[in-house]
Design a protein around this ligand. Structure first.
Ligand SMILES: Cc1cc2nc3c(=O)[nH]c(=O)nc-3n(C[C@H](O)[C@H](O)[C@H](O)COP(=O)(O)O)c2cc1C
Length: 374
């Protein structure tokens, strides 16, 4: 007993409890949202039940993969949707499995915007965006090239209202599916980020130009969703420093701080920030930039993501640089990541070649737990 008490006292910072609004988390290691491209026909599949439940701990917080909010939202094959009744029904057993193991589960709401192509759009139409400028830079989020994307069509103001409403309905659907809340995907060069960044947003109306105007659509989405399901169930993911999908900004700190302040005013549950060091989605670089001022500006829970391991995750929590740390690739390859961090033992290596393949087991539910490791 004594030894156990001793161990508990010495819990590493990542494994200490944290209260996120109404949610009592038993530790601070979050499953980062990760598209796995195994949701055939844009619908969550039974194998997702096992995948998410494998990564659930009692009191752990999980963010589901990007889920399309409407029939124009998709940009890749086999990503799940949350806009139709059948999508909601398909998510239910997945959410139930996470809840049965005591996890807290949010749905990431996503619209790809111009990071899409004709084949994923209704009737083969152009993808939609704030702009009609196509993606031109060569290296993209998953190694595809600019040539893979179709030129987008610029949304009218009336249509922007419709997209805001699509987000609202998707949030309601997520709650109906049983999710505890939603995360708005406003990062990584997808639709919401396209509005935010001056490298893409070239509008001359009230949705473009000044920082305030560029943040108008994202904040309208936040407000519509908060009205629908409550601000205490809404998080927002941002990547002001990144330029994935050819989506960069000339002044990332100003953008990040402004958004953090505006989100704070609206009382949303958490702000989830991708580290400035993640200059590309998977490459960590040295940088003097920091999300510190954004952490300062946001009064709710602050989640940091991007390139974290056991050591710097613990440091970030201990220094107060973040309340929670989201782990992507390490959690993908280690379903029992919190346990492995607790015991400080070696991790399974992730296999990048199977991140986005469609097999329901290989590279997905097939990564071994500790007690299955030979
Ligand atoms: C296979 C894969 C899929 C991803 N899909 C998403 C996604 O759907 N939504 C999102 O916001 N980020 C997505 N990301 C980014 C991760 O959430 C995370 O920010 C990134 O992997 C960096 O964190 P890490 O170093 O802990 O892996 C994805 C990453 C990977 C590896």
């Amino acid at each position: 007993m004594e030894a156990e008490g001793q161990r508990k006292k010495e819990a590493i910072p990542l494994l200490t409890p944290y209260r996120m609004g109404k949610f009592h988390l038993s530790h601070r290691m979050v499953l980062a949202p990760m598209s796995r491209l195994r949701s055939y026909n844009f619908t969550a599949q039974p194998h997702a039940v096992l995948y998410y439940s494998q990564r659930t701990t009692r009191g752990g917080f999980l963010i589901g993969e990007a889920s399309g909010i409407s029939d124009t939202a998709q940009g890749y094959p086999n990503t799940p949707g949350i806009w139709r009744k059948e999508h909601v029904e398909a998510w239910k057993p997945v959410v139930d499995a996470v809840h049965e193991k005591g996890g807290i589960f949010f749905c990431q709401l996503w619209h790809a915007g111009r990071a899409s192509k004709y084949e994923y759009q209704p009737n083969g139409h152009p993808p939609i965006s704030c702009t009609d400028k196509p993606i031109t830079s060569e290296a993209q989020i998953d190694g595809t090239t600019a040539a893979d994307y179709s030129p987008p069509r610029r949304l009218s103001v009336q249509e922007i209202f419709q997209v805001v409403d699509d987000f609202r309905v998707a949030a309601r659907n997520a709650r109906e599916a049983g999710f505890d809340g939603v995360e708005i995907h406003a990062a990584n060069g997808y639709l919401v980020d396209q509005f935010l960044k001056d490298g893409v947003n070239d509008r001359r109306d009230e949705y473009g130009g000044s920082l305030e105007n560029r943040c108008r659509f994202p904040l309208q989405v936040v407000e519509a969703i908060a009205d629908e399901i409550g601000a205490d169930r809404v998080g927002v993911r941002l990547s002001p420093f990144a330029d994935y999908n050819d989506c960069g900004d000339s002044n990332p700190p100003a953008l990040g701080i402004y958004m953090a302040q505006e989100l704070s005013k609206r009382g949303i549950l958490y702000c989830h920030m991708i580290e400035p060091r993640m200059i590309t989605q998977f490459e960590r670089v040295e940088t003097k930039s920091s999300h510190g001022p954004m952490r300062e500006a946001f009064k709710g829970t602050f989640i940091a993501a991007g390139g974290y391991n056991r050591e710097d995750g613990n440091e970030a929590i201990a220094n107060g640089n973040a309340d929670l740390i989201a782990f992507g690739r390490l959690f993908l390859a280690n379903p029992d990541l919190p346990k492995r961090f607790e015991l400080d033992i070696p991790l399974n290596r992730y296999d990048r070649s199977t991140f986005y393949t469609s097999d329901p087991i290989v590279g997905y539910t097939g990564y071994p737990f500790l007690d299955q490791t030979p």
